[in-house]
Design a protein around this ligand. Structure first.
Ligand SMILES: [Zn+2]
Length: 153
């Protein structure tokens, strides 16, 4: 069965699941925005697809009704629509996505339940003062030195 992967799932996994996996273009943009070094070796392994307008409308309608729409990004809506369209399962740890998925009949799996170990996230550490940041700021906001991506628990 096909598995649609959201960014929160990708951010928390060390390796891709061993099933047919697909995501939407917005997720790649997000990984690139965080300068995620895994983009390079995942790019050949993870398929990318975009949902059609009818699927997007289905998801927006469901999420509006449940009050989840305001908490879903454009990318989140696309992921839900793609899972619905493909009859795929959705891998996500996001509550609003899980809730909307339930309404439209898409089954969800969480990263932990999928047997995928949540090993680490990337953080960015300053090579000068050692300050640690969630996202890549290019240079350290404190001392201006270069920042390097590091694994974090
Ligand atoms: Zn610094």
């Amino acid at each position: 069965m096909t598995l649609v992967l959201d960014s929160s799932a990708l951010f928390s996994m060390q390796d891709l699941p061993g099933e047919d996996s697909v995501t939407v273009p917005g997720v790649w943009d997000e990984l690139r925005r965080y300068n995620d070094p895994r983009v390079d070796y995942w790019e050949g392994l993870l398929r990318t697809a975009s949902p059609g307008e009818a699927s997007l409308a289905e998801v927006r309608g469901a999420a509006e009704g449940s009050g989840d729409l305001g908490r879903l990004s454009t990318t989140d809506v696309e992921l839900l629509a793609l899972a619905w369209e493909l009859g795929a399962r959705l891998l996500t740890d996001d509550y609003s996505m899980q809730n909307t998925a339930r309404i439209i009949g898409v089954s969800c799996v969480t990263v932990g339940a999928q047997g995928i170990k949540k090993v680490w996230r990337w953080r960015y550490r300053c090579l000068g003062c050692g300050r640690s940041e969630e996202r890549d700021m290019g240079e350290c906001p404190v001392c201006g030195s270069r920042m390097k991506s590091v694994r974090a628990r």
